[in-house]
Design a protein around this ligand. Sequence first.
Ligand code: G3H
Ligand code: 13P
Ligand code: ZN
Length: 325
Amino acid sequence: MVNYKDLGLVNTREMFKKAMAGGYAIPAFNFNNMEQLQAIIAACTETESPVILQVSKGARQYANQTLLRYMAQGAVAYSAEISGGKPVPICLHLDHGDSFETCKSCIEFGFSSVMIDGSSKPWEGNVEETKRVVELAHQYDVTVEGELGVLAGVEDDVVAENHSFTKPEEVEAFLAQTGVDSLAIAIGTSHGAYKFKPGTDPKIRLDILHEIEKKIPGFPIVLHGSSSVPQDLVKIINEHGGKLKDAIGIDEGQLREAAKSAVCKINIDSDGRLAMTAAVRKVFDEKPAEFDPRKYLGPARDALKELYKHKVINVLGSAGHAYDK
Ligand code: G3H
Ligand code: 13P
Ligand code: ZN
């Protein structure tokens, strides 16, 4: 058993309390490798933002859970080195936990927060499994994110074709019956880089968010699937040999609005993938003789860092809040 506190990590409780009071959201960025981790930590430390490092089931398979945990521990020291003093608050979070067993394994392995995603299950199954995870997690002061409503798009290997918005009239009962610390809701965001057709004007349902807020005032809300699919990145990728389909993502202005209210955590992964891919494709196209991984992963890391700085400063509003009392 490894307790996250011994690794210098924090759970989401204080983070969300401050984010709620300050009208901003904590960035939740996924990582699978060293370059992504370096970019996230450098971006958040330089902008003085708290951060949630997210690890999906796919990331655990790709990078090995043991390595990921040591990397997160190393991230605390790396952040302190960059700041020349205290590290920014760093939470290690399981993204889309698919079962009690997966959550248990992470809780015992140094994660400070877990998501149990029972959103594809009927109500009873979702409540039962979420409650079980909460009972275990709280014994170790690990915080738990549950989900109500189904997002469109791909969640790990589950494709949710028929999304359904979260029903505001159900949230109070879900919280009371499960004891979760935060709730992911479906209000029109979706996973992946292919969210909406170009030429449409997709809007997330802030009206549903406000209805939910009225039912559970002051309770931390989470938005998944919040990439904006920057068109300049899609263009660079396709100009350098890529074949991405045309698509647009979530409007950053709407995310900024959501972050000012009860939305305390915003999940972004796909935009980072696009930034890294654009940088790597550009190097391969312009310098075909290059074969040192540092020469293409380095630019990819720099591009990711810049993108994430933009997110924390201009979209989430979390910059400058790392050391708030
Ligand atoms: O919501 C999913 C995240 O973007 C993680 O994706 O399951 O491919 O690691 P992944
Ligand atoms: P995007 O695919 O929109 O980046 O969403 C990521 C996410 O929700 C991770 O849980
Ligand atoms: Zn997600």
